[in-house]
Design a protein around this ligand. Structure first.
Ligand code: PMP
Length: 396
């Protein structure tokens, strides 16, 4: 063999601790980290050990996802990949070539969904928010649905690139009236704001494991209601990607007929599922309402501290701000990159710059899961204050 073992692989892995206060991933709690070092079980292990087997863990995760989505949908599970996979899976299963899809865009995630939908052959219509830092009104949404008559309306509840919160309440009534499906991206928002999937008549939704749930990246909670399932059953063309095929995944997760044997679709990551199980269990322990309140309190504390530092928030109106990702305008004469580098080098603290339409214009501070504490907010504010002093550009 000519290729030598790489020198870098000769020593064991050591990862420094960093406080992740960017838009995700967040730090996992010790309980979750401990779960990640539990023994691997086979993905089809039904043997009972200490009253526990792998299918039971999957069932517990399913119930936990139903809880955080506030849904009774049977077709609820975790897809084996990050938040993007949730986006792929909803679009891949619900859209067919030439279907019209309407996408609300107030940051990069709506644009990303448009990109994916086009790859599945859909005709993409966009409703773009041009006023920076604002969300869509119900009237704007209804008008666009009336004009475009889409099969599916795609909405991002928490735009992590702009820090905008899009209320979902009331949209489901519109989509039902126009015989349209409502799909919601909750990757950056689930657990920081209410999401009442059934009550708000959301037909399909997905999230990510690594943000407010606080588990490692790599799993996407997802749920489809009966209306969405009917759309899938009535498809004229096959679901184009095997890996996202929710009818097969639903059989692996025992979402359909209780007595049917589970199907092997793919080898799930036992370790990641343990982490997600614990992340959901921690939320269930604390109570979803309390988790949401904790995030909102921390966000209010951050807003106050930012204004006290003389900085401005990117989203003017407080009710339009996403509590889990705060966008803060980069003050004139400050090099944003120097600030984030200072925070990381000096304090091992991650805060991020902007993304897409906010690139170079804002800092993004994440308040997510285990990291959503008053102490961490005080720390972020202290570090920001110090970092700003060290990051004034000489040219301005
Ligand atoms: N949607 C939103 C709103 C997000 O914030 C993100 C991740 N930042 C994604 C989708 C994509 O998730 P992932 O990076 O886990 O694939």
């Amino acid at each position: 063999m000519n290729v030598r073992p790489p020198l870098g692989l000769k020593s064991p892995l050591r990862i420094p601790h960093k406080l992740l206060m960017g838009p995700g991933p967040s730090n996992s709690s010790p309980r979750i980290l401990n779960a990640l070092s539990q023994p691997i079980l086979g993905h089809m292990h039904s043997e009972l050990f200490d009253k526990l087997h792998f299918f039971q863990i999957m069932d517990e995760i399913k119930k936990g996802i139903q809880y955080v989505f506030q849904t009774n949908n049977q077709l609820t599970l975790a897809i084996s990949a990050s938040g993007h996979a949730g986006m792929e899976a909803v679009l891949c299963n619900l859209l067919e070539p030439h279907d019209v899809v309407l996408i609300l865009i107030n940051g990069i995630w709506g644009e990303r969904a448009a990109n994916l939908a086009e790859r599945y052959g859909a005709i993409v219509r966009k409703l773009v928010k041009t006023a920076l830092g604002s969300n869509f009104s119900i009237i704007e949404i209804e008008n666009a649905v009336k004009i475009h008559q889409p099969k599916l309306l795609f909405v991002v509840q928490g735009e992590s690139s702009t820090g905008i919160y899009q209320p979902i309440i009331g949209i489901g009534e519109i989509t039902r009236r126009y015989n349209c499906l409502l799909v919601v991206d909750t990757v950056a928002s689930l657990g920081a704001v209410p999401f009442l999937m059934d009550k708000w008549k959301v037909d399909a939704a997905y999230s990510g494991s690594q943000k407010i749930i606080g588990a490692p990246p790599g799993l996407a909670p997802i749920s489809f209601n009966e209306r969405a399932l009917k759309t899938i059953a009535n498809r004229k063309t096959p679901i184009p990607v095997y890996f996202w095929d929710i009818t097969l995944l639903g059989q692996q997760w025992n979402c359909f007929e209780r007595s049917a044997p589970r199907l092997y679709h793919h080898t799930t990551s036992a370790t990641l599922l343990y982490g997600l199980r614990e992340g959901l269990a921690v939320i269930a322990d604390e109570g979803l309402e309390q988790v949401i309140k904790r995030h909102q309190h921390c966000a209010a504390q951050l807003y106050e501290g930012i204004e006290a530092l003389g900085m401005q928030l990117y989203v003017d109106e407080e009710h339009k701000r996403l509590p889990s990702v705060t966008t803060i305008k980069v003050p004139d004469g400050v090099d944003w990159r120097k600030v984030t580098e200072y925070a990381m080098k000096r304090y091992k603290l991650e805060i991020s710059g902007g993304l897409g339409p906010t690139a170079g214009k804002v800092f993004r501070v994440g308040i997510m899961g285990y990291n959503a504490t008053q102490e961490n907010i005080v720390f972020v504010l202290d570090v920001l204050k110090e970092a700003l002093k060290h990051s004034v550009t000489s040219s301005k």
